[in-house]
Design a protein around this ligand. Structure first.
Ligand code: ASP
Length: 331
């Protein structure tokens, strides 16, 4: 696996072209590298996603939803919208899809309830907003943005977050809205570690500003009000000083290792590229603690796209100024 990553870095430094949109033969490493003038990079969760356990129809569905979300974010940026607007527009589409473990497709807690988390950060100002443990908000990423822009706080949880959502006039739904048969079956099987499908986006707008956001239902079968890394600024989401990261995977490890911030800090304090920093954190540091921990997507001010993961697969994609969406799933 390592050699593939090294090969990718070499390819990237030679200015290798972006891989084609149909990437059945792609390796993760080649897919992990591209340079864009402006645009966005996205993940739809990392985990045991292999060709063997995916039908052609399922794969096409995932790719088409990723492409739809990438295209929506691109349209915002093309019209001179902000990176923040693009992040929210793209994540809203993934949240409204039952395919991903965010919004509509959120997984169940051990009690058979829902507890959704999200966060967003504006790289230009270091402002951030996050919510944890909400069960009635259709689009948690939108609420996270409201926390950032309409409150004096950064992080709201549970009933308080929902009261704020109500005050803000956001769309509230009955818990049944989040019901999907697939997630119910997964809870019955209690395959906590198998169920990863969090979504995240990092966008770079035409003014050179970066923003990052992450939204999730958390981990299947979670208990006691457990909160993962996704709403924790610095762990699951970070944007600042020309670096943006969104993570997905086993949240406890992402929190302990402050993954998103660590990647950006390495770029800032060490003479390393974003790809090198992401590989060091995900492929070496996390992997040494726990194999198959997850992955990140990241983007820097120079438009370098990174998607690094130590799991068999990670739903991912990016789109540059040319509007050509690239999607990939497997390693
Ligand atoms: N990181 C998320 C959490 O631990 C789960 C995921 O990425 O799918 O809550």
């Amino acid at each position: 696996m390592r050699w593939i990553l090294v090969a990718a870095l070499v390819l990237a430094s030679c200015g290798a072209p972006e891989p084609p949109a149909t990437d059945d033969t792609e390796s993760a490493a080649v897919a992990a590298q591209a340079t864009i003038e402006w645009g966005l990079v996205m993940h739809g969760g990392a985990g045991t996603i292999t060709r063997e356990n995916m039908t052609a129809e399922q794969e096409a569905e995932y790719r088409s939803k990723l492409t739809e979300a990438l295209t929506a974010g691109h349209a915002v940026l093309e019209a001179d919208g902000s990176a923040l607007d693009a992040v929210v527009a793209a994540i809203n589409i993934l949240e409204d899809s039952p395919l991903f473990n965010a919004g509509k497709g959120a997984v169940f807690t051990a009690d058979g309830t829902y507890s959704l988390d999200a966060s967003i950060m504006d790289g230009a100002t270091l402002r951030a907003g996050a919510v944890a443990g909400v069960a009635t908000v259709r689009n948690p990423i939108t609420l996270a943005r409201r926390v950032m822009e309409e409150s004096r706080h950064v992080f709201l949880s549970g009933e308080g977050a929902e009261a704020f959502a109500r005050e803000q006039g956001l769309e509230l739904v009955e818990p049944e809205y989040f019901y999907t048969e697939r997630r119910w079956q997964q809870l019955q099987a209690a395959q906590a570690e198998e169920v990863l499908g969090t979504v995240g986006v990092v966008a770079l707008d035409r003014s050179g500003n970066l923003a990052a956001g992450t939204s999730t239902g958390g981990m299947t079968n979670k208990r006691w009000g457990r909160i993962g890394d996704s709403p924790v600024i610095g762990a699951g989401t970070y944007a600042g000083e020309g670096c943006g990261v969104s993570g997905t995977g086993w949240g406890e490890y992402f929190i302990r290792n402050v993954v998103a911030y660590d990647i950006c800090a390495r770029v800032r304090y060490q003479a390393v590229t974003l790809a090198e920093a992401a590989d060091a954190v995900i492929m070496e540091r996390l992997e040494a603690q726990e194999p198959e921990t997850g992955g990140v997507i990241a983007l820097d001010g120079g438009g370098h796209v990174v998607a690094t993961f130590n799991t068999p697969g990670m739903y991912r994609g990016w789109i540059g100024a040319d509007g050509e969406a690239v999607t990939a799933i497997y390693r």
